[in-house]
Ligand binder design. Structure first.
Ligand SMILES: [Fe+2]
Ligand SMILES: [Fe+2]
Length: 343
């Protein structure tokens, strides 16, 4: 007699959307191995914000050795990320989780939700360490128009799924759901985060504000996996339900990404009205367009901008973050299960 786990029909019954919402998360037999791999990679990258020493940053921030333009770049990015992370976490828990009916994807989503909480924690830790004006940082999401526009763009996508009549069983519903996934994984985590990553990591490259820089490296490493999971999920749903991916819907998504590119270029210009640290505001237009093209290609849409890559060092930073010995200042060793002793 076949055991439960050897029953191939159970694997075949698994689907990304429109399965049972309320049931046990039956991980085995695995069907979507990519989801499990992303989960394992995410766990291998575990970190906590308070492991990163902030002494040097505190010294630099208080010494007034930074220019006003440099301080503006840091403050704007803290203001954007401090609240954007919570929008991603809320969307995962309130809008996405319910509709993804596959166990291995849900396992990843639970891990990702924790990581978004860790990222929010990082911004609270930075604000407290540097003694920044909490109110100023945590109200930028509505006080600064370039941030408010990006956040409103995302919150509309969450709200569309919270309609009590929303369901993914109809073609229109499935398209709205896929639009939410693209809006968060591809646009928020794949485009809206990247000007900020490049700005803050440019400080780190020049050995300034390295505590914040190191936190951003960890966040970038996590977000790279979030983006990769999201792209696998989007392409997985497209493969299972090809009727969703009509040419009209592709045009709609293309327009959405083009709108996001404009919002992100405006955000970069707002953070960086004059050049600093070798970063010129004009370079961000190319950077945002360049990464948007890469994201478009990965979900099967044509590149639109063909812009040069102005920050090749960002690719090196992303590659470096894949190295196992990435942690420079880690002080905590996590206990692996194999080392636990019960005597
Ligand atoms: Fe995050
Ligand atoms: Fe994320």
């Amino acid at each position: 007699m076949n055991s439960l786990f050897e029953d191939r029909s159970l694997t075949e019954q698994k689907q990304l959307l429109n399965g049972k919402q309320v049931t046990v998360n039956q991980l085995l037999p695995l069907k979507y191995h990519w989801a499990w791999e992303h989960y394992l990679n995410a766990c291998a990258n575990h970190w906590m914000p308070n492991e990163v020493p902030m002494n040097k940053d505190i010294e630099t921030w208080r010494s007034h050795s930074l220019t006003e333009a440099e301080r503006l770049v840091i403050m704007r990015n803290l203001g954007f990320f401090a609240t954007a992370e919570s929008l991603v976490g809320n969307n995962l828990v309130l809008a996405i989780f319910k509709h993804i009916t596959n166990a291995e994807c849900r396992q990843y989503l639970l891990r990702q939700a924790f990581e978004e909480a860790v990222h929010s924690h990082a911004f609270l830790y930075i604000v407290e360490s540097l003694g920044l004006n909490e109110r100023e940082v945590f109200t930028m999401y509505h006080a600064i128009p370039a941030i408010a526009r990006k956040d409103a763009f995302e919150m509309n996508l969450t709200a569309a799924l919270l309609d009590p009549h929303f369901a993914t069983e109809t073609l229109e519903g499935a398209q709205t759901f896929l639009k939410n996934l693209i809006g968060y994984y591809v646009i928020m985590e794949g485009i809206f985060f990247y000007s900020g990553f490049a700005m803050i990591l440019s400080f780190h490259r020049r050995n300034k504000m390295t505590g914040i820089g190191e936190q951003f490296q960890y966040i970038l490493r996590d977000e790279t996996i979030h983006l990769n999971f999201g792209i696998d999920l989007i392409n997985g749903i497209k493969a299972e339900k090809p009727e969703i991916w009509t040419s009209a819907f592709q045009q709609h998504i293309l327009a959405l990404i083009q709108e996001a590119v404009e919002l992100e270029i405006a955000y970069a210009q707002d953070c960086l009205p004059q050049g600093i640290l070798g970063l010129q505001p004009g370079a961000f237009q190319h950077y945002v367009q360049h990464i948007a093209d890469r994201r478009l290609e990965r979900i099967g849409l044509p590149a639109q901008y063909h812009a040069p890559h102005p920050f090749p060092w960002m690719s090196e930073t992303i590659d470096l973050s894949k190295e196992k010995n990435f942690f420079e200042t880690r002080v905590t060793e996590y206990q692996a299960a194999s080392t636990l002793r019960w005597d």
